[in-house]
Design a protein around this ligand. Structure first.
Ligand SMILES: *Cc1c(COP(=O)(O)O)cnc(C)c1O
Length: 364
């Protein structure tokens, strides 16, 4: 049996008609930027998340960067980010001129460990950026408590957590604002690059919108030195077509994850922990194994696609040499980078395919 790490085919087969209708509608209207498709999607996504405002932007990195800019975070400021995340989280901080300060994650959930945040706070700390990694919401109560005590902003990176919840509340609704990516492979994916900011703050929403549109609040009036990062009409129409299916498609990922959690029984393979207050959306299903590379080879030889999230921790990336970190500085992130292996999880995987992955992992 051949099982790719990810396949869009089952989803695309089902949604083809709706996607084509969305294309036809936008094409027939000949209006591609800043129109009703963007407005309609923003309204629908804000409603879905349970917040007042949504602003469509160009991608997930821009969403985070524009929030930081809207919060006036920049030169001389520090932002606490997890040591184990996709590099975009840290790059957003660097792009506004601030310094990313890393806090270690929990080995069992891969998410930032609230117990490691306080020691990282200095007089220059302005914000905490929790990342709801792999589709599980971070332990937000203690994160919010620390932020409240120290007067820090909380900016949630929701790029992997569309629709995930914690204590009945959706990821992205805990902090001051949240950034989403609609990169094609995310749980809600466009057919190209796209992103959004959600917030309950009118001020942040208006600032983000202006910043992503050349700092303009009205045509040819520029109140801020902005850039160009907008959600175009075509992508907004595709996203609006897919949004009504998101909960069902996330539930399908949970079906697969539950089978993995119940079926994988191999003392060499450690399954991810799911805290009781979480309903994850399983953007990624990551296991840990001391013999990770051998497990990967074993699965690949059996026709099963795999991935690693993430093989080189951010503090050891060439681009962050200037921060002066060395191996051993973030042992939890380093351990994850050496032992994490992601196995296939995508909408429409059949029970037979899931069972084949389980059997193959168990045979290792
Ligand atoms: C995908 C991702 C981003 C960046 O999103 P883009 O749309 O690719 O810019 C940011 N943070 C995390 C955790 C991601 O997974």
């Amino acid at each position: 049996m051949k099982i790719p790490f990810v396949s869009f085919l089952p989803m695309e087969r089902e949604l083809e008609h709706e996607i084509r209708c969305a294309f036809e509608r936008v094409f027939a209207g000949s209006w591609y930027i800043g129109g009703s498709e963007d407005k309609d999607f923003e309204k629908a996504f804000a409603e879905y998340c349970g917040v007042r405002y949504c602003v469509g932007v160009g991608n997930g990195l821009d969403a985070l960067m524009l929030i930081l800019k809207a919060e006036d975070i920049g030169e001389g400021d520090e932002v606490i980010v997890p040591s184990d995340t996709y590099i975009a989280t840290a790059l957003a901080v660097s792009y506004v001129g601030a310094k990313p300060v890393f806090a270690e994650p929990c080995l069992s959930t891969f998410n930032i460990d609230p117990g490691n945040i306080e020691a990282k706070i200095t007089g220059n700390t302005k914000a905490i950026m929790p990342v709801h990694l792999y589709g599980q919401t971070c332990d937000m109560d203690p994160v919010m408590k620390i932020a409240g005590e120290y007067g820090l902003k909380v900016i949630e990176d929701c790029a992997q957590a569309h629709g995930a919840s914690y204590k009945g509340r959706k990821a992205g609704t805990f902090g001051d604002a949240a950034g989403f990516s609609f990169y094609p492979g995310k749980n809600l994916g466009a057919l190209g690059d796209a992103g959004a900011v959600i917030t309950n703050s009118r001020e942040i929403a208006e600032k983000v919108r202006a910043l992503g549109n050349y700092g303009s609040d009205r045509k040819y009036h520029h109140i801020l030195k902005g850039n160009n990062s907008r959600l175009d009409e075509m992508q907004a129409a595709f996203l609006a077509a897919k949004l009504p299916h998101l909960d069902r498609m996330n539930a399908d990922r949970r079906r697969i994850a539950d089978r993995y959690l119940n079926g994988i029984r191999n003392p060499k393979v450690i399954l991810p922990a799911v805290p009781g207050e979480n309903v994850p959306v399983w953007h990624v299903f990551g296991v840990r194994c001391d013999e990770r590379d051998a497990l990967e080879k074993h699965l690949n030889n059996a026709g099963i696609g795999t991935n690693k999230h993430y093989p080189i921790p951010i503090h050891l990336q060439d681009c962050y040499k200037d921060l002066g970190y060395k191996e051993g500085d973030f042992p939890v992130a380093e351990k994850i980078s050496r032992t994490e292996l992601s196995i296939p999880i995508y909408y429409g995987m059949t029970d037979e395919e899931v069972q084949y992955v389980i059997d193959t992992v168990n045979a290792f």
